[in-house]
Design a protein around this ligand. Structure first.
Ligand SMILES: NC(=O)C1=CN([C@@H]2O[C@H](COP(=O)(O)OP(=O)(O)OC[C@H]3O[C@@H](n4cnc5c(N)ncnc54)[C@H](O)[C@@H]3O)[C@@H](O)[C@H]2O)[C@@H](O)CC1
Ligand SMILES: [K+]
Length: 498
């Protein structure tokens, strides 16, 4: 067999996380352009090459399933054997005659061993080519037990048992040292719990023809600078152009509101004002650059420049009830969080008209009910239900828009798992919306900036920053995002993969 030629196609949809059905459609489109085994040869060769680069020669058993994932496995086995490695194949089932996988199986002339726990346990390294994106139902216990016996595993495309579309575990799946996927990663590589089992994820270029992208508009994106661009600041800036963020401040819990205000101020808002009513004296003791209003909200809403409002952090449900309806009636861009979510959970129609909600998973369940199955699907259904962007916060944050756009953010740190961190995020997003960003893009950008600030604050504070420490790194985070977005644009223009 000749070594495959890996071309470098013009990079389309560089941030896409391909759903299995999108990847299937691309495969079908490619089959009309290339010989049917070409991509399988390229995929198997790419995996073998990664293994050769990462491991010294050792005893390898390739566990092959009946589909194309198994077909890739036979190619891996052939290439490793060609390079002098000791390789065996353990087939769960033979591929269907006449398929490309059957053709690849026929090219394997090396040792076949039974698909048993003993055989896999006897290898130094197991290549999991049992199920990939074609996983349709839970992996049977006996199959999972065989894979569980392996000492170390490299997965082709997905660890068997991890759903590519959602990261859910179907049946059982085991942890891998690395996972080599193709063309673009899948949501399952970045969404927990599946992402925890993938190990390092390497996405190989297998020479997918550019034309195979025609008609594919990937639904899910990996949240990175370049997916969105931050508003550009310049010499002609003044505070109202940079944007005004207003917050409803409660009388009992000023801390949360102040953290949101800081997040907004450090993220470029030109002016940040708190509508504090009777609570005004407490806020006036805080940051001098924060404007504190004690006039009635109805009066403050006469100022049309105050378009973007945060309602919820630091508010009791009664305080939300006294403010949120007024903001919505005045047609403001409202970010609802914390207390506003608790109030909205009693009657979802109370949130009708908000631009975005930012619940963590517990708040999400209270608002929209239990999450069964894919969290991506749940977030999207919720966004459509309330016609607002939903930011489902967590270690892997999902940002869903009612028009169907979905992004997954993994740029975060466990340093963000501290009280008050979410209040800062709301402020960051509000500043970006006040500067004129689209709501979904502003939420994506805000989540990334907040993640970057958390990573940097973690480094600066020995891994244990406070929510109060997140605001200072927000300025540098913005500069980093701007640089990375520019670099992403350059790479796209030159056609290289990101
Ligand atoms: N564009 C790409 O990404 C490419 C993908 N290729 C490979 O093609 C794979 C997808 O191939 P297929 O669609 O054939 O899917 P798979 O090979 O993942 O599995 C499909 C087979 O497994 C069976 N099956 C599914 N779940 C099962 C379960 N729980 N228990 C028992 N049997 C089960 C199905 O009935 C079917 O026979 C990818 O994962 C990748 O490895 C490459 O060959 C070429 C390019
Ligand atoms: K696999």
């Amino acid at each position: 067999m000749p070594s495959p030629e890996i071309s470098s196609p013009v990079s389309r949809h560089p941030f896409a996380l391909l759903l299995p059905e999108e990847s299937d459609r691309m495969d079908h489109a490619a089959a009309a352009i290339l010989p049917s085994t070409r991509l399988m040869e390229n995929a198997g060769w790419a995996v073998a090459r990664v293994i050769r680069n990462r491991f010294s020669p050792r005893r390898v058993t390739v566990a092959c399933g009946p589909g194309n994932n198994g077909g890739d496995g036979y190619v891996v086995a052939r290439n490793l054997a060609r390079w002098g490695w000791s390789v065996r194949v353990a087939a769960l089932a033979a591929p269907k005659p006449g398929t490309p996988a059957a053709e690849m199986a026929a090219c394997w002339t090396g040792l076949m061993v039974p698909f048993t726990a003993e055989e896999l346990a006897g290898a130094d390294l197991v290549v999991d080519a049992v199920f990939g994106s074609g996983l349709k139902r839970p992996v049977a216990d006996d199959v999972a037990a065989v894979l569980a016996a392996a000492r170390e595993v490299v997965a082709i495309d997905m660890p068997s048992g991890v759903a590519g579309a959602s990261g859910e575990i179907l049946g059982k799946a085991r942890d891998c040292t690395l996972t080599v996927t193709f063309v673009r990663p899948r949501p399952g590589h970045v969404l927990q719990p599946g992402s925890d089992l993938c190990g390092e994820v390497i996405c190989a270029d297998i020479g997918m023809p550019d034309a195979a992208w025609d008609g594919i508009t990937p639904v899910v994106q990996h949240n990175k600078p370049g997916l969105w661009s931050l508003p550009v600041s310049g010499d002609g800036d003044y505070k109202y152009r940079r944007g005004v963020v207003s917050l409803c401040g409660g009388a009992e819990m000023p801390g949360a509101t102040r953290l949101s205000a800081r997040g907004a101020r450090r993220s470029g808002a030109g002016l940040v004002r708190i509508s504090a009513g009777e609570g005004a004296p407490a806020y006036r003791l805080g940051d001098p650059g924060l404007i504190v209003d004690d006039a009635p909200l109805s009066e403050l809403l006469e100022d049309a420049r105050r378009k973007v409002w945060i309602c919820g952090p630091g508010l009791t449900e009664d305080e939300v009830a006294a403010t949120l309806p007024q903001l919505l009636k005045a047609d403001r861009i409202v970010l609802a969080d914390a207390g506003a979510l608790a109030w909205g959970a009693q009657d979802l129609s109370r949130l009708k008209g908000v631009a975005a909600v930012t619940p963590h998973i517990g708040e999400f369940r209270k608002l929209f009910g239990p999450v069964e199955g894919s969290r991506l699907d749940a977030a999207l259904a919720a966004a459509k239900r309330i016609n607002a962007v939903v930011v489902m916060k967590g270690p892997d944050t999902i940002i869903a828009a009612p028009d169907g756009r979905l992004a997954i953010n993994t740029h975060a740190s466990s340093a963000l798992a501290t009280a008050g961190s979410g209040d800062t995020l709301t402020g960051v997003i509000a500043a970006l919306l006040a500067a004129g960003m689209d709501v979904w893009e502003g939420c994506c950008a805000g989540v990334w900036l907040h993640g970057e600030a958390g990573i940097e604050a973690g480094k600066a504070h020995g891994g244990w920053p406070l929510a109060e420490d997140l605001d200072l790194p927000l300025g540098p985070a913005r500069a980093t995002a701007t640089r990375l977005a520019r670099e992403a644009g350059d790479k796209k223009a030159t056609g290289s993969l990101l």
